[in-house]
Design a protein around this ligand. Structure first.
Ligand SMILES: [Zn+2]
Length: 287
């Protein structure tokens, strides 16, 4: 439905056309009767087609002090790196909605959500976070029926199919724990975004095919199954949740890789080098 101004504009153009046409129809200047309104109409159409500039969001200086305090990765960056990070924050905030369900959302929480995406994929600049549209944050852990409470078992979840397809759910305390605890191998933000990376080829199957050279798909699957057997036999330091499926293994090992890279390199050099290829395809080494 055209707006009132658009309709008014069309009306005026039409009126001018009519006057000009009637006045000039018999003269040699008849063409003017057509050109004036046509030019006006073209101008209007052109203006309608022009992509409207998005209201640009700017980086609030307060965000920098929050990041410096809570995100060691940010603190370790040089000035140029921080500028790039700030741009990614703006990009995240302007493309992905972050919603609090049962508490008041603040910048600190929003920055930790964005950081959960920015840090693991720092060297994958072409990746758009798997067409994610919304991150929904709960005040605590939750269950499949979206009941919230400390004793619920879900810390995070990525929707798959239907209306939840472009949605991620996170527990706020779990999100904070991922950043606050520097020594364990757990990070729910990295975990859920790893699922999205895995999902980018259409299947959440533990093999991020778009990010793994074809010839390495089989060797990767073999490594995963070997390690899952070790977890089940109680002979691995990897979170046992990783043994529940190949997809969970990929998410769990990604948490370990991003949080304790040196430890992973020492304890699991094969898995570490595969993850290096996935997350740092151009051979960059952030560790
Ligand atoms: Zn998972």
């Amino acid at each position: 439905m055209p707006s009132f101004t658009s309709r008014l504009f069309i009306g005026i153009i039409g009126f001018i056309a009519l006057i000009a046409f009637v006045g000039l129809i018999r003269s040699q200047m008849a063409w003017l009767g057509w050109t004036i309104p046509l030019a006006g109409l073209s101008w209007w159409v052109w203006n309608k087609q022009k992509p409207r500039k998005k209201a640009s969001l700017s980086f609030d200086p307060v965000w920098q002090s929050i990041l410096l305090q809570l995100v060691p990765f940010y603190e370790a960056l040089d000035e140029k790196g921080r500028e790039a990070y700030d741009k990614q924050v703006i990009n995240f905030f302007s493309t992905i909605k972050i919603t609090a369900v049962d508490f008041e959302m603040d910048d600190e929480c929003r920055l930790l959500v964005a950081s959960s995406a920015i840090i693991p994929f720092w060297d994958l600049p072409v990746w758009n976070y798997g067409e994610l549209q919304e991150v929904i944050v709960y005040s605590n852990h939750f269950n499949e029926n979206y009941q919230v409470g400390e004793d619920q078992h879900l810390l995070g979840m990525v929707g798959n199919g239907g209306h939840m397809n472009h949605v991620m759910l996170l527990s706020k305390p779990a999100l904070y724990q991922g950043f606050e605890n520097k020594t364990n191998k757990n990070h729910v933000g990295f975990h859920e975004f790893a699922h999205l990376l895995d999902k980018s080829d259409g299947d959440v199957d533990g093999i991020p095919e778009l990010f793994l050279p074809k010839e390495l798909v089989n060797p990767w699957a073999k490594l995963v199954h070997r390690e899952i057997r070790k977890i089940r036999a109680g002979k691995s330091d990897i979170n046992p949740y990783g043994a529940t499926s190949d997809a969970e293994f990929f998410a769990v090992i990604s948490e370990y890789y991003h949080k304790r890279p040196k430890l992973l390199q020492t304890k699991h050099p094969d898995l570490y080098s595969m993850l290096e290829l996935i997350y740092h395809p151009n051979g960059q080494d952030k560790h």
